[in-house]
Design a protein around this ligand. Sequence first.
Ligand SMILES: Nc1ncnc2c1ncn2[C@@H]1O[C@H](COP(=O)(O)OP(=O)(O)OP(=O)(O)O)[C@@H](O)[C@H]1O
Length: 649
Amino acid sequence: MTRDEEPEHSPNDDGTDDRSDATTHSDENDDSTRSDGRPSDTESGSAGSDPKPRSEPESESEPEVESESVRETERGSGVEPDSTPTGTSVADDGENGKGGHNGDNDAGYDRSDETDHTDDARDAADGDAADHDDGDDADHGDYNTGRDTDGDADVGADGTSFNFGSGSRSRTDVDLDVDEVLSDEDDEASTGLFDDLLSGEPIFENKEVLRPSYTPHELPHRKDQINKMATILVSALRGETPSNILIYGKTGTGKTASAKFVSQELESTSQKYDVPCEVEYINCEVTDTQYRVLAQLANKFIEKNETVIDDQLDDLRDLRSAATDDDSALDGTEFASVSDVDDRIADLESDREEMEEVPMTGWPTDRVYSTFFDAVDYHERVVVIMLDEIDKLVEKSGDDTLYNLSRMNSELENSRISIMGISNDLKFTDFLDPRVKSSLGEEEIVFPPYDANQLRDILQHRSDIAFKGDALTEDVIPLCAAFAAQEHGDARRALDLLRTAGELAERSQADLVEEAHVRQAQDKIELDRVVEVVRTLPTQSKIVLFSIILLEQNGVHNVNTGEVFNIYKRLCEEIDADVLTQRRVTDLISELDMLGIVNAVVVSKGRYGRTKEISLSVPIDETEAVLLSDSRLGDIEDVQPFVQARFDN
Ligand SMILES: Nc1ncnc2c1ncn2[C@@H]1O[C@H](COP(=O)(O)OP(=O)(O)OP(=O)(O)O)[C@@H](O)[C@H]1O
């Protein structure tokens, strides 16, 4: 029945991959560097061209260690300010010594302005003492001010109480009050590191609304697209089949958010008017084979059918017991007798029993298809199947799924389906069978990028819910909007920037989010991107990049391909990797250029011809750290000597 009846035993059929999986580097690429004579992906030209391999089997042991170190570096670069404005510890009575956090903890609050303690006092504090400290005692040599907040003695770690009333401290003034100690200990137990952080006035009212998972109720500047979708889909509420829709637009232009918004409205209106209409959403970046798409749909409909059957069975059993007592209960129903009701109950029970869930692997695709078909056609309804990132499905497994889905209506008896495909790749339809292409693209809706003013409106709407009143200085939203407008009008980027800026402000315990926080956020997001791109490069590209870094570290800037190739060869020998040709290395450098990791410019050298000058466009230390986190490059020991050796040549 289906065009493709091959079972698809995709390595991903375990249902475990997700977007993050899709960005980890592939083992296949690593294979390219083995010197065991096996065919090399990289040499064949495939590796290196895709910095984000999709849901292939991924190396699950992606090294985490170095990303930590990169994060450390970020902190060091001022991304996470490490001190608290003076006086913020006022509310911290008794907490300085908690768990050994004594003023220089790494949670972003620093009590260094009150560290004028004696060593003994510090010992006491470190030892989990109930050291009451009111935060404005920066200038005296005593452990505490005498403004003892509980009006009684303070107690050291060893159970000794200190009398601070005189402003001096003496171990001879031991005056231990056991109840006090115990009650102080109780206080200690109830306050701690997190209480301290929580006690600050948070900047956020509801941070969740800035996350991608949040579906906004208002979508400024998408009215036209939303109305067009609604105009097409309204026929579902009339029991007719809506045209298939293709939605295009660059990333972050609100395609998914708008489509989900319209779907929610459609479903709620269908409930209001009691019209059977359902929307099923599938993210094809995750569910990227025909088997998995059909299995997921089949299981969703089976679950819904079971609920419908259970409800009907409940009603029938009630009717049956009423009719057993009094025949007239059947008046006005389709049943003439109690035995008719029994027959219907038996039918439904057998239907329910036959509904078998599709396993995520193992069945022939044809069986999955027919199970899905039966499930969707079980009762009358209009179904809209929303295939987000539809291009990923086509790229991974061709257009068979779309072909089969788009032909179903001619065979379905009770139900009708309509497909809504969403893509940020405008060209993916070039790869479709012409019949699929024309059927799928009955209606097309384009989502243009947002400009800075539109992004500003979007941010304003969200920030009203996300932040406490007046938490943002007035330049924050325009700056986030301007940065994101440069990134092809990406609302996701704008929201990420705003959220990250808020988090940075919160971590530094600032009262307001300011322009500087947005700039730090921009740097942080950019660095995260670089780290991710570098981390997922094929090993050969990593070696080439590492060669460029080594040259730069040794003071050689604007290097040419020959120089890179020399170092590259030495590195390959060192880690026992295949050595590609210089021509191939030149290609890899061009790919790094396209990814924005290096800058390669062709310069004319007069009668010596033209040459490529290559320089690094990303932060050198962080990039090196990421490269060294690769287990193969991590094997490179003491690279310094041979870089120098190269210059000695
Ligand atoms: N007009 C808008 N108003 C409010 N929020 C928006 C708007 N447009 C986009 N967003 C938000 O921006 C983020 C990205 O939007 P969405 O996921 O819909 O983009 P997309 O076009 O589907 O991107 P991709 O192609 O990468 O999946 C989401 O958090 C979404 O809520």
